[in-house]
Ligand binder design. Structure first.
Ligand code: XMP
Length: 516
């Protein structure tokens, strides 16, 4: 569904910061895509990007199995910017030499610019030093023919190089990271000055082109969408609804494992304000019956995941002839990253993942090109309430994986009450949006306490709050003591069945965000 005209192609050589390059470019309102370095020359030519960026990566160009992109890229008449490994590969492919550095550079370094044009347009030379961020063990020893030096650092005589006749630039530092203070200017100079892009990629233009593309693809057919109350499915529904109105039907399955009030507000918004067709299925008993007595986390997930698919299928079957399923897949899930992301199944995430195969529906994934913060911006542009747009992620199996062991109505009630207090206090202290996720976990083990003159023997609530950028890694949030104290006091005073609150100070890895 890509309809954008101007784009920058980012070839990924496995750097941790490849996605950051894309973020930085899109912030400049220029559309870009990340593809593996193996992308065929023919495909690159068809894509006709305005410029190509070769990312960094952990390998050395002289390794036996180093990732090598097609050298024909330099014959396409398209500007190329090589970053770190990308610059070294450019050097070696065009006839220069790269070797293991005697002094490696990791972290901050000082850059001295010797050529004030190209990516360094508008910057100072002549003794002025700019802070940049380096991360390399190899360095360029000889530059290729027709290349010249543009900048140097203490340990890199060729910290930046450029072709004297063609628009090829290599930088040893990482312009995409915040520690490179001139990073944004370097990227801007490349995309606007060298590639001649225009800043036309806005959410408004994205909505226009996507709406047209959905209309053209769907025609008169019917589309369904699973609404969860989360940001991605809400924005997907709003966008598809803008394109095809009543041809879209959303199905919301209440599995009885939602937070208090979690989905009601967004459902109300959709039903009343935007007049979306929503089938609201109350399947609380269906799920709780099947979960009775189940303790194993993976079994719980499977029961919840399969149950969802069954109910969704039943309801969709009542609608008659449906051709498409709209789904809120985001760009980070789509990128065929070269980076190693781990192979073992730690937890099986069951959401709508299995639906397309089971139901033989074609997918509409209008958010495939967007990062999470762009989805939020899009949500606001589409008129969704802020509360829905800035909601923290919530797992498909819901509170089911936040109650250790067996799930039952009584435990759900205790957890919900505690969880509401966590959310209220996080919001009023201004921390709800600052952290990635914050929630209560019920540990159904009894500990001794004393309330008034009475001995108590009740449950423990664990408070979990993490900071993260993509949920792949996470650190526990350093919440202020008085906020922690208020949460603990309120839970113990207001929630019957809890006499102790603990704070989880584990990071991921080795722990995970959810407790099951
Ligand atoms: P973990 O616990 O694996 O969680 O560190 C990473 C992120 O994924 C969410 N999560 C899930 N999301 N279905 C989902 O849709 C699931 O089964 C599931 N399990 C974990 C979790 O909330 C966190 O954001």
């Amino acid at each position: 569904m890509t309809t954008q005209q101007e784009k920058i192609l980012i070839l990924d050589f496995g750097s941790q910061t490849t996605q950051l390059i894309a973020r930085r470019i899109r912030e400049q309102k220029v559309y870009c895509e990340i593809h593996p370095y193996t992308m065929e020359l023919e495909k690159i030519r068809d894509m006709a990007p305005m410029g190509i960026i070769m990312s960094g990566g952990p390998a050395s160009v002289y390794d036996k199995d180093a990732p090598i992109s097609d050298k024909g890229i330099f014959g396409l008449d398209i500007p190329v910017l090589g970053i770190c490994y990308g610059a070294q590969l450019m050097t070696s492919q065009l006839g220069g030499r790269v070797e293991r550095a005697e002094k490696r550079e990791f972290g901050k370094a000082e850059l001295e610019i010797v050529y004030r044009g190209g990516v360094f347009a508008g910057m100072e030379s002549g003794g002025h030093r700019y802070q940049v961020w380096m991360s390399h063990g190899d360095r360029i020893e000889n530059i290729p023919p027709d290349f010249t030096v543009s900048a140097r650092s203490e340990h890199s005589p060729y910290a930046a190089i450029r072709h004297t006749k063609k628009p090829f630039v290599g930088v040893q530092f990482h312009p995409e990271v915040a520690h490179t203070l001139i990073g944004t200017d370097v990227l801007r100079n490349f995309i606007f000055g060298i590639c001649n892009c225009k800043p036309t990629w806005t959410m408004h233009s994205f909505i226009e082109t996507t709406v047209e593309a959905i209309q053209a693809r769907v025609g008169e057919k019917q589309v369904i969408c699973a609404l969860s109350g989360g940001v991605d499915s809400s924005v997907t529904a709003a966008l598809v609804h803008r394109a095809i109105g009543d041809q879209l039907t959303c199905i919301y399955v209440n599995n009885g494992l939602m937070r208090t009030g979690e989905s009601e507000s967004i459902l109300q918004f959709f039903k009343e304000k935007s007049r979306l067709n929503v089938i609201d299925v109350n399947a609380e008993n269906y799920f709780l019956e099947r979960l009775a007595g189940v303790i194993d986390p993976e079994k719980k997930r499977k029961i919840i995941g399969h149950g969802f698919i069954n109910i969704f299928e039943q309801e969709a079957g009542k609608l008659g002839d449906v051709k498409y399923l709209a789904q809120g897949t985001l760009y980070p899930d789509v990128i065929e990253s070269v980076s190693f992301r781990g192979g073992a199944v730690i937890k099986s995430h069951h959401n709508v993942g299995g639906l397309p195969e089971v139901m033989k529906l074609d997918l509409i994934e209008p958010l495939r090109e967007l990062f999470k913060d762009e989805v939020r911006e899009l949500g606001l542009e589409l008129g969704l309430p802020e509360e829905a747009v800035f909601r923290q992620p919530f797992p498909g199996p819901g509170l089911g994986i936040r109650i250790m062991g067996e799930i039952n109505g009584e435990r759900l009630q205790v957890l919900r009450q505690a969880d509401v207090i966590v959310l209220e206090e996080m919001k009023s202290a201004g921390y709800y949006r600052k952290v990635w996720q914050s929630f209560a976990v019920l540990l159904p083990i009894q500990t001794v306490g004393v309330m008034g003159d009475e001995r108590t023997y009740e449950n423990v609530i664990a408070l979990r709050s993490v900071n993260s950028v993509d949920a792949m890694t996470a650190d526990w949030s350093k919440l202020p003591y008085d906020l922690l104290g208020r949460i603990s006091n309120r839970i113990i005073n207001e929630v019957r069945g809890v006499n102790r609150v603990v704070f989880d100070i584990s990071s991921k890895p080795p722990s995970t965000i959810e407790w099951e």
